[in-house]
Design a protein around this ligand. Structure first.
Ligand SMILES: C[S@@+](CC[C@H](N)C(=O)[O-])C[C@H]1O[C@@H](n2cnc3c(N)ncnc32)[C@H](O)[C@@H]1O
Length: 246
């Protein structure tokens, strides 16, 4: 059995039913089969030039902005909610594992976990968990950092709210939630007009990230937790870091 199967089996055994796999959410199979589910999709999309093209040339800036949040960690417990294309996860793994920490990556699709496994140099200190972000089988207040990299814009409102509730539930006091995703571009940004059409066609839930501030999506009890935001590419992308008071 390879390490990936061990990781998944570990969780399945915990769940006490080795035959169970997590059902694919309807929004994924309806709207994102072409991006994540079909084996050819994984082979086609997971290349840096393609990921970079989708993010309009901003992949390395956004990846590095996320990675900065993991610099200088010691014995940290890190959770990434949903696998991502590109080389963000190997970068996080480097930082977390060399600092003596643990890194969990959750995804609802086993094919995506297999794909991440392929990109990791080693699985030591890392668990790949087949779970739904809307209902994590993870303990309260157990992670120092919880990252959501371009997940929220793919989820319908109710799924997004449940995912955020779970991310906030599992972060430790003193820990951080890191969100990198779309935001509403400034008026002068031509992509405010061009990208709106693209998103409306290909990413039916993404424009909600334009109209709603992340601050209004998070659980009510966390609205006054310290939050910092960085905008990129004329406001089309944002990194939001929310700190749970210690
Ligand atoms: C993080 S998002 C978008 C990533 C972005 N396109 C990229 O690659 O940088 C894509 C991942 O989210 C996962 N995903 C979507 N809904 C999920 C859910 N409810 N629970 C766990 N994973 C989910 C998909 O299976 C997919 O692997």
């Amino acid at each position: 059995m390879d390490n990936l199967s061990q990781g998944i089996t570990e969780w399945l055994v915990e769940d006490n039913d080795a035959s169970r796999t997590v059902p694919t959410p309807g929004y994924l199979s309806r709207h994102y089969w072409w991006a994540y589910i079909h084996p050819w999709a994984v082979k086609f999309w997971d290349h840096l030039p393609i990921v970079n093209m989708i993010l309009l040339g901003n992949y390395s800036r956004l990846r590095d902005a996320a990675l900065r949040e993991f610099d200088g960690l010691h014995n940290a417990n890190v959770l990434q909610v949903a696998a991502v294309y590109g080389n963000l996860s190997p970068g996080v793994a480097d930082r977390v594992i060399s600092g003596g920490g643990h890194y969990d990556i959750v995804d609802v699709l086993p094919i995506q976990l297999e794909n991440v496994r392929r990109k990791l140099v080693s699985i030591r200190g890392i668990r790949l968990l087949n779970q739904n972000s809307e209902k994590l089988n993870l303990a309260d207040a157990s992670y120092d950092k919880v990252m959501l990299f371009f997940l929220l814009h793919e989820q319908p409102e109710a799924a997004k709210a449940r995912t955020l509730a779970e991310a906030f539930r599992v972060v430790k006091p003193g820990g951080k939630i890191i969100i990198v995703d779309f935001a509403k571009p400034y008026r002068w940004n031509p992509f405010r007009y061009l990208w709106r059409v693209f998103l409306a066609i290909f990413e039916p839930f993404a424009l909600a990230m334009w109209w709603n501030d992340v601050a209004n999506m998070i659980p009510g009890y966390a609205r006054y937790w310290p939050m910092r935001r960085e905008l990129f590419f004329g406001g089309l992308f944002q990194k939001v870091v929310i700190s749970r008071p210690g």
